[in-house]
Write a new protein. Structure first.
Lengths: 62, 315
């Protein structure tokens, strides 16, 4: 866990890709879940942020 | 002396052109070959994508080409993301995606596992199993509509035979609770062979000596399955899920022919809904925003997935 935060601090690709992946996954779940309408409303923004972040962080050093 | 085709081509090339080509670097020649493909990709993929994003911020309607196109900012996105009908469509798509992927992976892998155990008539059985995916979705949609008929359909009679329920007491494609399952069954029937073939390729790529070594170490069949078979087939399985996931996210033809999105809008998947908005209601700007939302979702999911796939392959 400490290593993960260290990698985040040092802008390492693996850790940041993990964060971006989690954001995308949360966005997709928000889009397709049947319980909370507000979650559906904000889902696209969350997915978009995650996707753009993924594209950017995949250029970070390993 | 025999002249090779390469030499013939060199002789046929005009001297002036030959000289100018000889003067080019390898990189330049590579660019000459790649440029037409890049231009084609730009014309048929990138340009429409950029144009769709542009249209998604307008009130453009394709059936009124002479009307003024107004820039309306994020209003289309706001409308879509506050529309409870589209929310329901997303849920229908999620149900379809989840169950088709789960069933196809489980049944496909089980079939591949069985076919991989060499027995008499393996080839024949493989051909028979693979037949459904060779059929056109139009044909499959139409004949499953007949199979699901409550009066004459074989499916209802089979269920009746197994459960003693009256065959005409239920309609698979006419009831709100059954229609989502009807499309899941048909898609699973049609595309499980595809997953099976990919799994079979994975199973056949495992060298026998690994199992032999495991047997020398007295590993049980169960242990061999979990520590050799599954990890080595996993990249193939993930690839199958990626292909089927993307395909099913944009599933259109099969469902339109089976249920037409009904009853009500129970089986109206996102692609069907999108088509209605774009080409029945002619709300092109709105439909463009809808398409952008779906594109970002699929792109995001595919990114995660490709990353996971590479990780599994590296392992």
């Amino acid at each position: 866990m400490t290593r993960f935060f260290k990698d985040l601090y040092h802008m390492r690709r693996g850790a940041w890709e993990m964060v971006a992946s989690i954001i995308i996954a949360v966005g997709v779940v928000m889009l397709m879940q049947p319980y909370l309408f507000w979650a559906y409303t904000w889902s696209f923004l969350v997915t978009l942020v995650g996707t753009v972040m993924f594209i950017i962080v995949s250029h970070f050093p390993k | 002396m025999k002249v090779s085709p390469l030499e013939k081509a060199a002789e046929a090339t005009p001297q002036k052109l030959g000289r100018s080509i000889r003067g080019l670097s390898d990189r330049a020649i590579a660019w000459i070959f790649v440029t037409p493909t890049i231009l084609l990709l730009l014309a048929i993929n990138i340009f429409p994508l950029i144009w769709t994003i542009r249209l998604s911020f307008t009130n453009y309607r394709a059936n009124r080409p002479n009307a003024d196109i107004k820039f309306i900012g994020l209003r289309n996105y706001e409308r879509i993301l506050t529309d409870s009908d589209i929310w329901q469509t997303m849920q229908a798509t999620a149900h379809f995606l989840f169950w088709t992927l789960l069933l196809q992976v489980v049944i496909g892998f089980a079939l591949a596992w069985l076919i991989n155990r060499k027995f008499k008539g393996t080839g024949l059985w493989t051909t028979i199993i693979v037949l459904p995916m060779m059929l056109s979705p139009a044909v499959v949609g139409n004949f499953w509509t007949f199979l699901y008929q409550p009066q004459i359909g074989l499916f209802n009679y089979l269920i009746s035979f197994l459960t003693t329920i009256d065959p005409s007491s239920f309609t698979m494609i006419g009831e709100v609770s059954l229609a989502p399952w009807a499309i899941v069954i048909v898609d699973t029937w049609m595309w499980t062979p595809f997953v099976m073939l990919i799994c079979l390729a994975g199973l056949r790529s495992i060298p026998d000596y690994i199992y032999e070594a495991a047997e020398c170490d007295r590993a049980s069949s169960w242990r061999q399955f979990w520590t050799i078979t599954i990890p080595m087939v996993l990249p193939f399985l993930m690839l199958a899920v990626l292909f089927r996931g993307i395909e099913n996210f944009k599933m259109f033809d099969l469902v339109v022919l089976l249920t037409g999105g009904g009853p009500g809008s129970t089986t109206e998947l996102t692609s069907i809904n999108l088509k209605r908005e774009a080409f029945e209601k002619w709300r092109t700007g709105y439909a463009s925003a809808y398409a952008v939302i779906l594109f970002v979702t699929i792109f995001g999911l595919a990114s995660i997935y490709v990353k996971a796939l590479n990780k599994v392959k590296d392992r």
